[in-house]
Design a protein around this ligand. Structure first.
Ligand code: HSE
Length: 422
């Protein structure tokens, strides 16, 4: 069986897909009996024409040449961003083509519309490469775990932020130096906002929410905080307390609500997620009846990600691609109502009564302290006071921090980092 493909976007992933398709064509044929032919390649940069020539494929700078070609069965969209990717996908579906995409920003923004359209036209949308690059987490959840109720997800879904936090700890360096290193290595984007401020993780969590719970959350319903406020001090104090700081995507299904949030999190140092180093990704699932599962691998990079794109192409081409899941309605919990434990760091003048004042505020908001440490070492003439709380309501923690920051002996804004005792 020969299936004709149109591929739009020859960035890092697009080029790697072409290379892997060529390199592994006989293996793909052996395993699937599907013969993939790249009919047309589209990129805005005319210099990429030679890549198409190497594969005996046609080249165009106009996506319409693929979208309107009746011979093309599958359109592979690898340009990223919202437009023109969205229009390309919508027009292609309307023209009877299935889609393969790695576009997490677009799916988190318009996934509902795209999947409804795919259902209407009886076409498939492959999106394995949109979450965790090479890790086949999409097929695992939708097919391998079809019988499972996913109670909790804890994911390290962004390689750049994991690399920055890892390097800060290993090399005892500040955030900006570690970020510069990530950028120099080509890991972080030139404008690293999407990675560093948690937006990329947020996009991926929205996709996992659809897969696991049938819910496409609105952007504002998923609390999102990045790692730019995490200091080396916090990383080192967390280690002393046997915790490691990771940027986590968290989902928790309760009886009649769903928690969805992205933020830096203290997790026990001995948990396998704490060992995820460099730019690797990992997803931990707590399910019934399969129990606890952990998936680990490369979450970015052209060559690893090409494996997921090609697996979607082959799945759709051979007619083995899973059906589009239904949607459900579950209330998403407001972050202020979340109950958890917290790491609090205040920077205070070292004089009598500071701890008493801070404790008074915490007690008045029903926040119980599990441990407290005051460091003798001064940072800019201030001493760090580090507290770990028992379970408390987030709204009360926020109120407490506002009041603590107003105390005359507290000189810089206090830090709060959520804890998950996995
Ligand atoms: N920017 C992403 C990361 C890679 O750093 O993990 C693609 O999802």
């Amino acid at each position: 069986m020969i299936k004709k493909i149109g591929l739009i976007g020859l960035g890092t992933v697009g080029e790697a897909v072409l290379m892997s398709l060529k390199k592994y064509s006989s293996l793909i044929l052996q395993k699937s009996s599907v013969n993939i032919e790249i009919k047309t390649i589209c990129d805005a940069n005319k210099d990429k024409r030679k890549l198409a020539k190497n594969l005996s494929a046609a080249f165009t700078t106009n996506p319409k040449d693929l979208i309107n070609d009746p011979e093309i069965d599958i359109v592979v969209e690898l340009i990223g961003g919202i437009e023109p990717a969205k229009s390309i996908i919508i027009e292609s579906l309307k023209n009877g083509k299935s889609i393969v995409t790695a576009n997490k920003a677009l799916l988190s923004d318009s996934g509902k519309q795209i999947f409804n359209l795919a259902k209407k036209y009886n076409k498939s949308v492959g999106f394995e490469a949109s979450v965790c690059g090479a890790i086949p987490i999409i097929k695992t959840i939708s097919e391998g775990l079809v019988t499972c109720d996913v109670k909790k997800i804890y994911g390290i879904l962004n390689g750049t932020t994991n690399y920055v936090l890892f390097k800060m700890l290993k090399e005892n360096i500040d955030f900006n130096i570690a970020l510069k290193e990530a950028q120099d290595k080509g890991l972080a984007e030139k404008n690293p906002f999407l990675d560093i401020e948690g937006k990329d993780t947020h996009h991926k969590l929205c996709i996992l929410s659809y897969l696991c719970y049938g819910v496409w959350p609105s952007s504002k319903s998923v609390y999102t905080e990045g790692i730019s406020k995490i200091t080396l001090l916090d990383i080192l104090y967390a280690e002393e307390l046997n915790y490691r700081i990771k940027l986590l995507a968290i989902a928790k299904k309760e009886k009649d609500s769903l928690e969805l949030r992205v933020h830096p999190t203290l997790i026990p140092i001995e948990h396998p997620l704490s060992q995820v180093s460099l730019a690797y990704n990992a997803v931990y699932l707590d399910t019934q009846p399969a129990g606890e599962l952990l998936f680990y691998g490369e979450g970015a990079g052209g060559t690893p990600t090409s494996s997921s794109v090609i697996s979607d192409i082959v799945g759709i081409a051979s007619g083995n691609y899973g059906s589009i899941r239904g949607e459900s309605k579950i209330k998403i919990k407001n972050i202020k109502d979340v109950v958890g434990r917290y790491y609090i760091r205040c920077m205070a003048q070292d004089r009598p009564g500071v701890l008493a004042e801070v404790s008074k505020i915490l007690a008045s908001l029903n926040i119980s302290v599990a441990s407290v440490t005051q460091k003798e070492k001064k940072e800019n003439k201030l001493v760090p006071i580090i507290m770990i709380t028992h379970k408390a309501v987030e709204d009360n923690i926020r109120k407490a921090i506002t009041r603590i920051n107003r105390l005359s002996m507290i000189k810089t804004p206090s830090q709060i980092i959520r804890i998950e005792d996995l």
